[in-house]
Design a protein around this ligand. Structure first.
Ligand code: NIG
Ligand code: FE
Length: 398
């Protein structure tokens, strides 16, 4: 049965896949476990069988979908987004493109618009962005709250998110809201005493923006510790706009991920390499702020687990396109196409501590995308071309 519609969905054999990325090196070639001339059987929302098409089990499926030699891979896992907001920041973007710098304070513009919006508007905006991301191949998306910054507005952001994703994050400390101007410590106390207790039941993760102009090391640590005590797992926005303590704090608190990681020292890289914290790189934000890109090579060569995410938000990265981020990662960050595709699938899954997505193996969720191309490498080789042609999410063709 399909969870969402309640209708029975027949099993499907996706056949005649020219090159299938499984992300299981035991199943195929190289680190991506690529199987040539492959097939996958999807049933009851899960991968039931995967292997060379010459060995498809007899009678396993009612529907046969022939890819005609095109490539397929796991649906993208976008582990960093900010989808609940109203308004946009067109003027700020245009000013930046003619030389103005990006500053954390721009977030307050979106806080004002979000607080003024109705629940229905916020829900509609969120649904639109989730649908947009699905169209470009994202089958799992994390999203943060963070444009409310009051108990009531963060709570309703999370309640909206719960309708659209299983991966909701309380971004409790994004920027000090105007009513706490000059009193950031008071805001942090309010977050700890009131916001986290009210919001924790509606989220899986707690996040902070640990950056000059946002929250400092002690404030960030206090918020993340309170979140952990309430049962949430930490993630950190760190080292985006300059060097700072975000990476080290994430490692100290065993955060699932530290995101941006644009300005890093050698000791930041070493700390990450020795930790189980994923470094999530967000090249869409660096692109749209005309910032520098992270040193992905230093991270990868040191053995850090790297994820790629789109960071969809109205300020720094108004894109939901993971293929665009793969293109940037390859062209601007010297990641190989294989590394970028892995980071946007298996890497994203690791950043969300999920082992049921980001791979095509028996028992994994039946989240599979097919390209209008013979190889996953075309995602970087054909920039800007919408190559994602079929999308199965939980076994259902979308
Ligand atoms: O991931 N860095 C903090 N948060 C967002 C930007 C938020 C905004 O400018 O509205 C980010 O880039
Ligand atoms: Fe972000």
């Amino acid at each position: 049965m399909c969870e969402e519609s309640g209708q029975h969905v027949p099993w499907t054999v996706v056949d005649n896949i020219g090159a299938l990325v499984t992300n299981d090196p035991e199943l195929g070639q190289g680190p991506l476990g690529v199987i040539r001339d492959a097939a996958v059987v999807l049933g009851d929302g899960f991968v039931q069988w995967v292997g060379p098409r010459a060995r498809i089990p007899e009678g396993s499926a009612a529907i046969r979908h022939d890819l005609g030699g095109r490539a397929a891979l796991p649906g993208f896992v976008d582990s960093h987004a900010h989808l609940v907001f109203a308004g946009d920041r067109t003027d700020e973007f245009a000013a930046r493109m003619t030389g103005a710098p990006y500053e954390a304070g721009g977030i307050r513009t979106t806080i004002a618009a979000t607080r003024n919006a109705s629940d229905a508007t916020l829900d509609r905006n969120t649904a639109r962005l989730v649908a947009e991301s699905l169209r470009s191949g994202t089958t799992t998306i994390e999203s943060k709250s963070g444009y409310g910054q009051s108990v009531a507005d963060e709570l309703r952001s999370l309640e909206i998110l719960e309708r659209h994703t299983t991966e909701a994050t309380l971004l409790a400390a994004h920027v000090t809201p105007p009513e706490y101007a000059g009193r950031t410590d008071d805001y942090v106390h309010m977050v700890i005493d009131e916001m986290i207790p009210a919001c924790a039941p509606h989220a899986s993760w707690i996040d902070v923006f640990c950056e000059r102009g946002a929250f400092d090391l002690d404030q960030s640590r206090a918020v993340l510790r309170a979140g952990t005590a309430a049962g949430l797992v930490p993630r950190v926005h760190g080292n985006q706009l300059g060097y700072g303590p975000g990476v080290q704090l994430a490692v100290e608190l065993h955060a699932a991920s530290v995101d941006h990681v644009t300005h890093t020292t050698a000791s930041d890289v070493d700390a990450l390499a020795a930790s189980n914290t994923v470094a999530t790189l967000l090249p869409g934000a660096d692109f749209s702020t005309r910032g520098k890109y992270p040193d992905a090579r230093a991270l990868l060569d040191a053995g850090v687990t790297v994820a790629l995410a789109a960071d969809c938000n109205p300020g720094t990265s108004y894109t939901t396109s993971i293929p665009f981020c793969i293109t940037l990662a390859v062209r601007e960050m010297a990641m190989s196409p294989d590394e970028a595709v892995w980071a946007a699938t298996a890497g994203g899954a690791m950043a969300l501590r999920r082992n049921d997505i980001g791979r095509i193996t028996v028992g994994a969720r039946a989240d599979l995308i097919a390209l209008d191309a013979p190889s996953h490498i075309h995602l970087a080789y054909r920039p800007g071309v919408p190559l994602v042609r079929e999308i199965w999410k939980e076994g259902r063709l979308r």
